[in-house]
Design a protein around this ligand. Structure first.
Ligand code: TZP
Ligand code: MG
Length: 224
């Protein structure tokens, strides 16, 4: 199995699309621009429409051979036969997510504290989403903003594990390079990628937006 590329992790939010921008067009353009993995995070869809959306998104992701994950909903992930699920701290327990999904599925967990990361290590998730690193309008935050120092402290906990890490929350092309450099842990552990919603989804040119972000990530990788 080829390793998963977490470098530019798109999290969707249909409510943020510009007027007249079709969801699937935006998704495909963003992949063409450099998105490497996709999570459908659609809180306002009923189950029927969510499964329908996921099946259609899966066709697009398969075309480019990139993984598709579902936020929260193991049932939707199973119905649409996608690659995995991302859950938060108050969603379904990781052990149950793992048990319900087919072997080899990708399981990700949102982490906001070092204690959350220690749990993630114990639970052997595939990756963690660390955030919110900056302020954001996209999600009503119930936990404090952690900043790059917070990200670094959490990354340090992953030493000696295979767990990958992406940061999320207010990440834009304008702050990406300092987000990446600033969050390198004292043990030199760096982010494997960044998760972005609005900087891509709200763009009228998602391909260009993704290209900008991916280019900066590659620049960081070379210098780090
Ligand atoms: N979890 C923490 S912040 C966030 C999520 C889902 C939203 C990030 O959105 P944006 O638009 O990239 O700030
Ligand atoms: Mg959740």
């Amino acid at each position: 199995m080829k390793p998963i590329d977490y470098s530019l992790y798109l999290v969707t939010g249909r409510n943020l699309l510009p007027p007249n921008k079709d969801f699937f067009t935006s998704l495909e353009e963003s992949i063409q621009g450099g998105v490497t993995i996709v999570q459908l995070r659609e809180k306002e869809l009923d189950t029927h429409d969510f499964v329908d959306l996921a099946k259609k998104a899966k066709v697009i992701c398969d075309k480019y051979n990139i993984p598709l994950l579902i936020n929260d909903r193991v049932d939707v992930a199973l119905a649409a036969n996608v690659d995995g699920v991302h859950v938060g701290q108050t969603d379904m327990p990781i052990e149950d997510v793992r048990r319900l999904l087919p072997p080899g599925s990708i399981v990700g967990l949102s982490c906001n504290t070092v204690a959350h990361v220690k749990d993630a290590v114990r639970l052997k998730v595939d990756y963690i989403g660390i955030g919110a690193v900056w302020g954001t309008q996209t999600k009503k935050l119930t936990q404090p903003i952690i900043g790059v120092r917070g990200v670094g402290a959490m990354l340090a906990e992953l030493e000696g594990t295979n767990i990958k890490a992406v940061a999320i929350g207010g990440i834009k092309s304008t702050n990406l390079l300092r987000t990446l450099h600033g969050s390198v842990a004292t043990n030199n552990r760096a982010l494997d990628g960044v998760a972005v919603v609005s900087d891509i989804v709200a763009s009228t040119e998602p391909k260009a937006a993704a290209e900008r972000l991916q280019k900066i990530f590659q620049k960081f990788k070379q210098s780090h």
